[in-house]
Design a protein around this ligand. Structure first.
Ligand code: GTR
Length: 414
């Protein structure tokens, strides 16, 4: 039995490496019914569907498909955005045939200096598209946003003063200068991030009577589903190379990005920025945030079934290295930050290492490392990892690594 800590408000976490103990990860190359996986064909035909089902049934809940009636509207196009360096588009993705129903707003920047369809980084943002850049053309979200005293957000409504609030996390100019597009949407368009959010989010809007099943999708599923709807749009825009889309997500949105990337192989690359527990970090490694703590603080994120494993993550039929392996053979970047022990950098590193055998089935170049790399020293080829100095955040350093990684795997030359 694992010991449980009870320390201040954040009970059920552990920062003591000595208490991690030993654990045995579920096998990557053996199916749940005991068949050995020795080839990429067996992986694709047997193990991949089996693992997806286990994650859906026990962790994230089942995802619905593409809705009938899905359609897009470009609301604004500026061919001389960012001082003439970029094309800006704002697109609404409607999930029903009407232009009044459930929808999400996508902000898209494309580099002007590049001819032809461009590779794109895509991801959801935490506070609204207008917080990604100070550009006054960006529509301010009218949806529910979390109150933030420091930013002057009250009454759950965004305001003009919050333009560019999260600009340091998106480095739009840098991405454009390197020849990539950037597409982002507010995660609250899909589901407001609080326990009652599902009532106004797509989980209830898309199903007439929502009955919460044990393997029902949660908010993480709703955000992941929205990422795939963005991809539906990319496939229709001739300015975008939909075969070169890198999906990026930070923290809880990183958990969703991994789940989206695992399900939707149209994403050619997946980037997990400090996704932690329920994301890249191993659940069985009892360090930082725990499954119990995750499910009690955020009861709306995962499927009801996941809660069964609160105090016994070692009984989960999966662990998170298998989620990372579901990205194979596509390039995967897992990033941690040293001061973000809550996300368990070591657990993220070990998880990425444990996913490598799936990549080897596809003869992908991988580098096995027994030791955690030093700070700010990225390691790995098709699966790359770094532990940045500093806090839980997305920084220019992180983006520079992702851009280099994408240059290498997408063959992008400037
Ligand atoms: C924390 C949560 C983490 C992570 C983080 C975030 O409160 O415990 O799992 O998701 O929020 O999203 O910033």
């Amino acid at each position: 039995n694992l010991p449980l800590l009870n320390v201040n408000a954040q009970e059920n976490f552990n920062y003591d490496e000595a208490k991690v103990g030993t654990y045995l990860l579920p096998s990557l190359l053996q199916t749940p019914d005991g068949k050995k996986i020795t080839s990429s064909t067996q992986w694709n035909n047997l193990q991949r569907p089996a693992l997806l089902k286990l994650f859906a049934d026990n962790v994230y809940g089942r995802l619905p498909g593409k809705p009938r009636g899905l359609h897009f509207k470009v609301n604004l196009e500026d061919k001389a955005a960012l001082g003439g360096k970029a094309i800006l588009k704002q697109i609404t993705i409607y999930f029903t045939p009407a232009d009044t129903g459930a929808s999400m707003d996508v902000l898209l920047y494309l580099p002007k200096q590049v001819k032809g369809p461009v590779p794109v980084f895509a991801g959801l943002n935490f506070k609204g598209n207008h917080t990604v850049h100070t550009d006054p053309q960006i529509k301010i979200t009218k949806r529910w946003v979390a109150d933030d005293k420091n930013a002057g957000i009250t009454g759950n409504r965004a305001n003009e003063n919050t333009r560019g609030l999260q600009a340091s996390r998106w480095v739009v100019e840098e991405i454009i200068a390197r020849g990539y597009g950037l597409a982002t949407a507010y995660y609250g368009d899909l589901e407001p991030d609080h326990p009652e959010g599902w009532q106004t989010g797509i989980r209830s809007q898309l199903s007439k009577s929502l009955q919460i099943q044990p393997n029902e999708w949660g908010a993480i599923g709703a955000w992941a589903w929205g990422m795939s709807r963005m991809m539906d749009y990319f496939e229709t825009d001739p300015a975008i190379n939909a075969k070169k889309v890198a999906l990026q997500g930070h923290s809880r949105i990183g958990k969703a990005a991994l789940w989206a990337g695992a399900n939707d192989t149209r994403f050619a690359m997946v980037i997990s920025n400090e996704s932690g527990e329920g994301g890249a970090a191993l659940a069985r490694r009892w360090y930082g945030e725990t499954v119990a703590r995750l499910n009690s603080a955020f009861p709306h994120w995962f499927s009801p079934n996941y809660k069964k494993f609160n105090d016994k993550p070692n009984e989960l039929p999966v662990d998170q290295h298998q989620l990372l392996a579901l990205i194979a053979p596509r390039p995967l970047y897992v990033a941690s930050a040293q001061e973000d022990q809550w996300s368990d950098p070591k657990g993220e590193f070990l998880s990425a290492q444990a996913a490598l055998p799936a990549y080897q089935l596809f003869a992908k170049k991988v580098i096995h490392q027994n030791e955690m790399p030093g700070l700010n020293q990225p390691v790995g080829e098709t699966v790359r990892y770094h532990n940045r100095s500093g806090k839980h955040d997305v920084t220019l350093y992180d983006w520079q690594q992702y851009l280099d990684f994408a240059d290498k795997h997408f063959g992008n030359k400037q």
